[in-house]
Write a protein that binds this ligand. Structure first.
Ligand SMILES: Nc1nc2c(ncn2[C@@H]2O[C@H](COP(=O)(O)O[C@H]3[C@@H](O)[C@H](n4cnc5c(=O)[nH]c(N)nc54)O[C@@H]3COP(=O)(O)O)[C@@H](O)[C@H]2O)c(=O)[nH]1
Length: 737
C-alpha cells in the first residue's frame, strides 16, 4: 500500500466502516485469486490446444524474433522449439524471398482495433535440411502490451500442390491428345447439352472454331430432319438412361452441308452419381457409307442393265405386298420373257444381245410408272412389280400396253429388230400371299402366254393355280428332301462297244419321297431349274457322284469315268469350275475320270460365259459331253467352238435306228461327224440287241441302255461286275448290218 500523500485528507472514521472495508478487501482478494487461477487454466488450455493443432503456429515480435512455436511447426520445419525461440523467422524463409518478407513486415501499417488479418497465401517454407515445401500461410498481427506481434498459421500443402500439378499435367496431356485426334470430333457438353469443350477434330469436321461452337446446343450439329424429330434431345435422354448411346446419322457443317457420322455419347457423372455433362465422340464415315452403298447397289442390281436383281426384287415385292394389304390395294407382278431371245443372241452375238437386253430394260422402265420396280431375273427374263393398284384391271391394261410397246422396233448397233414379249400377270394378295407365291403364279401365267403363241399376256387364273402350287410344293419338298437325305445317286453302265467292257457310268439322281415313293427326275429337275434350286441340288449331285465314283474305282480297281448331268442354269453358275475342283479334290478323284453332260442349250444362252467355264474345266482335266445330241440345234459350230469331248446320240434316234432310215441317217451322220473331229460317240437308250448290232457296225464307241442295265446303286453297280460279253452280239451277225 502506498503511504497517503500529504494532500490527502484523513476523515474521521464513521462507525462500523472499518469492518466493512476489511470485508470488501477480503472479497476483492478472493475474486482476484479466482481470476488468476482461471487465467492460469486458460493459458494452459491454450497451450494444449496449440500443441495438438495440426497447423504449425509461430509467433514473432515486430523484429521477426520467434516468440513461440507449436509442435506442428517443429515437425514442419524440422527444428526443435528450443532451436527456434529467439531466432529470426527469416531462418524459415528461402533466401530469395527474405527481402519481400522484410518489406511486408515493414509495411504492415496500423492495425484495425489492435488486429490485422492477413489473407492466406501459398508460399514456400524452408526446412532445416534446406529443402523447401509449399505452405499455406496466414499471418495475423496483434497489438499487445508488449508491442506488435505476428502469429503465423502454417499448413503444409505440398501434397495437395503436387496432386494439383499432376492433375494439371494430365489434363494438359489429355487436351493435347484430344486436339491431336483430328479425325474425331471430341466434344464435352454441359448438363443442358450445350458445347463446353470442342477439339480440333470437331473444328475440322464442322468448320466451327472452338470460340464459335462453345455454348451452342448439340442440335446445332444435327441435320434439320433429325432436329425436327427431336433426335438430339432423345439421345441425351437415352445417354442418361443407358449411360451410353451409339448412333449413325447425318451431321451438319457450318455451311449447311452434311456428312455421315458415327457417334458415341456417354453421360458423365460425379462421384455421387449426379449428372455433370456428356462426352460425345463422332467421326466422318461418309466415305465408308458411300462404299457400303456402292457394294449394296452391286449386290442388289443387275450388272448389265442396272435394274434390281432377284434379291432386291424379293425385298421390294414383300414391301409392296405389305403396303397393299395395309391400304386395301393391290400389287401386280409381271413375269416378262423376251421371245426367242436365244436365237437372236446366237445369231447376232453376245455383245449385241447385251445391248438388246439393255434396250428392253429401258423400254420397260419408260412404259412403267416411276414407283414401279423393274428387275432382271437373269437371261431374257424380267419382272415388274406394280404397286398400289386400285383394282386388278389396272394390271391388265398395263400388261396390254407393255406388249404393245414391243411393236416398236428396237434399234441396236445398226440393226432394227422386231421383238415380242410374253407376259404373265399375277395380282396380290389374291394370287399369292407371299413373294414366292406371286412369282410362281406370274410364272405360270407367263408359260400360258408362251403356249398361246407368244407376244401376248396372260393373267393368272385359278385353273393355273394347281400347277403353280404343285411347283411351289415341290420346291419346298426338294429342299426338305435334301435336308432329310431322301436323295441318292444311281449309276447306269456305259459300255465300250468294241470290247464289251464297262467303260464308265452315268450318274442319275433318284428321290425316294417318304409319301410319294420314287419321284422321277423328269418331275423335279425342271422345277429345280425354274426356281434356282438346281444350284443346291446340282452341287450335292456333283459331290455325291465324285464320292461314289471314287468308291467304285477303288472296289473295281478300274479307272471308270463318271458322267454327271449338269443342267443349263447350273452350268452357267460362275463357280462351277471351283465346285468341280473341290468335289474331286475332296475324294481325290482324278478330274480326268469326270465327264460333265450338258445340253446344247447351256452353250447357247451365254456363249462367252459357257466358253470361259469350259476352258476352266478343261484346264482341270475334266471332260464334257453334249447330251441328247440331235434333238436341239445339233450345231457343228457348237462342237468345234466349244471343243467338246463326247456326243451322246439321243435315245429317240436309237429307238428306231434299225427301222427308220431317217433316224439311221442321223445316227450315222453324228458318228461320222464326231469321229472326223476326234470326238467319241455314246448311243443312249439301247434296249435291244439289233440296235446294239447296228451301232457297233457303224462304229459307235460306247452305248448305254436297259440292254446293258438300268441305273442301280453304287453297291449294286460294283456287284454286277464290269465284263458284259454275253450282251454283245456275235460279230458275224453284226456284219449283216
Ligand atoms: N441335271 C440333272 N439331270 C438329271 C440328273 N439325273 C437325271 N437327270 C435327268 O433327268 C432326266 C430323266 O432321267 P432318268 O429318269 O434318270 O432317266 C435316265 C435313264 O434312266 C433313262 N434311260 C437309260 N437307259 C434307257 C433306256 O434304254 N430306255 C429308256 N427309255 N430310258 C433309258 O434315260 C435317262 C438318261 O438320260 P440322259 O441324261 O439324257 O442320258 C434325264 O434328262 C436326265 O438327264 C441329275 O443328276 N442332274
Amino acid at each position: 500500500m502506498r503511504p497517503p500523500s500529504s494532500e490527502a485528507k484523513v476523515l474521521p472514521a464513521a462507525p462500523g466502516l472499518m469492518p466493512r472495508l476489511q470485508g470488501a478487501v477480503r472479497g476483492g482478494l478472493h475474486k482476484m485469486q479466482t481470476l488468476l487461477l482461471n487465467l492460469r487454466d486458460t493459458a494452459g488450455a491454450q497451450r494444449a490446444m496449440l500443441s495438438s493443432c495440426a497447423e504449425g503456429i509461430i509467433s514473432i515480435d515486430r523484429d521477426g524474433r520467434i516468440l513461440s512455436v507449436n509442435r506442428a511447426a517443429e515437425r514442419l520445419f524440422g527444428y526443435l522449439a528450443s532451436e527456434l525461440l529467439g531466432r529470426n523467422v527469416t531462418l524459415l524463409i528461402p533466401e530469395r524471398l527474405r527481402p519481400r518478407h522484410a518489406r511486408q513486415v515493414a509495411d504492415s501499417g496500423p492495425l484495425d482495433a489492435g488486429c490485422l488479418r492477413g489473407a492466406p497465401r501459398e508460399v514456400p517454407g524452408l526446412r532445416r535440411d534446406g529443402s523447401e515445401f509449399a505452405m499455406l500461410l496466414s499471418v495475423n498481427a496483434i497489438e499487445g502490451s508488449g508491442g506488435r506481434r505476428f502469429v503465423a498459421v502454417i499448413r503444409d500443402i505440398s501434397e495437395r500442390q503436387a496432386a494439383e500439378l499432376a492433375l494439371r499435367d494430365s489434363e494438359e496431356r489429355l487436351r493435347i491428345m484430344v486436339d491431336s485426334v483430328a479425325d474425331y470430333a471430341i466434344v464435352m457438353l454441359d448438363v443442358h447439352g450445350n458445347v463446353a469443350s470442342w477439339n480440333t477434330g470437331a473444328a475440322r469436321l464442322h468448320d466451327y472454331q472452338a470460340d464459335e461452337a462453345l455454348g451452342l446446343p448439340l442440335a446445332s450439329f444435327y441435320a434439320p430432319e433429325d432436329v425436327d424429330e427431336g433426335k438430339p434431345q432423345a439421345q441425351l435422354r437415352e445417354a442418361i438412361a443407358q449411360d451410353h448411346v451409339e448412333d449413325e446419322g447425318w451431321r451438319l457443317r457450318k455451311d449447311g452441308s452434311h456428312f455421315w457420322a458415327n457417334m458415341v455419347m456417354a453421360a458423365i457423372r460425379d462421384t455421387s452419381g449426379r449428372l455433370i455433362g456428356y462426352s460425345v465422340v463422332w467421326r466422318d464415315i461418309t466415305e465408308r457409307k458411300q462404299y457400303e452403298a456402292h457394294i449394296q447397289h452391286i449386290a442388289q442390281h443387275d450388272a448389265l442393265t442396272g435394274l434390281a436383281n432377284r434379291k432386291l426384287l424379293d425385298e421390294c415385292l414383300a414391301q409392296a405386298l405389305r403396303g397393299a394389304r395395309a391400304a386395301g390395294r393391290h400389287v401386280a407382278v409381271f413375269m416378262i420373257d423376251v421371245d426367242h431371245f436365244k436365237r437372236i443372241n446366237d445369231s447376232l452375238g453376245h455383245p449385241v444381245g447385251d445391248q438388246i437386253l439393255l434396250a428392253v430394260s429401258q423400254r420397260l422402265q419408260n412404259e412403267l410408272r416411276s414407283n414401279d420396280v423393274v428387275a432382271r431375273m437373269g437371261g431374257d427374263e424380267f419382272v415388274a412389280v406394280l404397286r398400289n393398284l386400285r383394282e386388278p384391271g389396272e394390271a391388265q391394261r398395263m400388261a396390254a400396253r407393255l406388249v404393245a410397246s414391243f411393236e416398236r422396233p428396237f434399234k441396236v448397233d445398226g440393226h432394227e429388230l422386231h421383238l415380242s414379249a410374253s407376259i404373265g400377270v399375277s395380282v396380290g394378295p389374291g394370287d399369292g400371299e407371299e413373294v414366292a407365291g406371286l412369282l410362281m403364279t406370274a410364272d405360270a401365267a407367263m408359260y400360258k402366254a408362251k403356249a398361246a403363241g407368244r407376244g401376248c399376256y396372260r393373267v393368272f387364273s385359278e385353273d393355273m393355280r394347281e400347277e403353280a402350287s404343285r411347283k411351289l410344293e415341290l420346291e419346298t419338298a426338294i429342299r426338305q428332301g435334301l435336308q432329310a437325305g431322301e436323295f441318292c445317286m444311281h449309276y447306269q453302265p456305259q459300255v465300250d462297244l468294241r470290247s464289251g467292257q464297262v467303260h464308265g457310268m452315268e450318274a442319275l439322281i433318284r428321290w425316294r419321297h417318304p409319301q410319294r415313293g420314287w419321284v422321277p427326275p423328269t418331275e423335279f429337275i425342271s422345277v429345280a431349274e425354274e426356281t434356282g434350286l438346281i444350284a443346291t441340288l446340282g452341287a450335292w449331285t456333283l459331290k455325291r457322284a465324285c464320292r461314289d465314283a471314287r468308291r467304285i474305282q477303288d472296289s473295281t480297281g478300274q479307272s471308270l469315268t463318271v458322267s454327271v448331268n449338269v443342267s443349263p442354269r447350273q452350268f452357267l453358275q460362275r463357280d462351277l469350275p471351283e465346285q468341280v475342283q473341290a468335289a474331286c479334290r475332296e475324294v481325290q478323284l482324278d478330274p480326268r475320270s469326270l465327264m460333265l453332260e450338258i445340253t446344247e442349250s447351256s452353250l447357247i444362252q451365254d456363249g462367252e460365259e459357257a466358253r470361259r467355264i469350259l476352258m476352266q474345266l478343261r484346264a482341270q482335266g475334266v471332260r464334257v459331253a453334249i447330251d441328247d445330241f440331235g434333238t436341239g440345234y445339233s450345231s457343228l459350230s457348237h462342237i468345234t467352238r466349244f471343243a467338246v469331248d463326247q456326243l451322246k446320240i439321243d435315245r429317240s434316234f436309237v429307238r428306231d435306228v434299225c427301222d427308220d432310215a431317217a433316224d439311221a441317217a442321223v445316227a450315222q451322220a453324228i458318228i461320222a461327224m464326231a469321229h472326223s473331229l476326234g470326238i467319241e460317240v455314246v448311243a443312249e437308250g439301247i434296249e435291244r440287241e439289233e440296235q446294239l448290232c447296228y451301232l457297233r457296225t457303224h462304229h459307235c464307241d460306247q452305248g448305254q441302255g436297259y440292254h446293258f442295265g438300268a441305273a442301280v446303286s453304287a453297291e449294286e453297280f460294283v456287284a454286277q461286275g464290269l465284263h458284259l460279253p454275253r450282251l454283245l452280239p456275235d460279230p458275224r451277225s453284226a456284219a449283216l448290218f
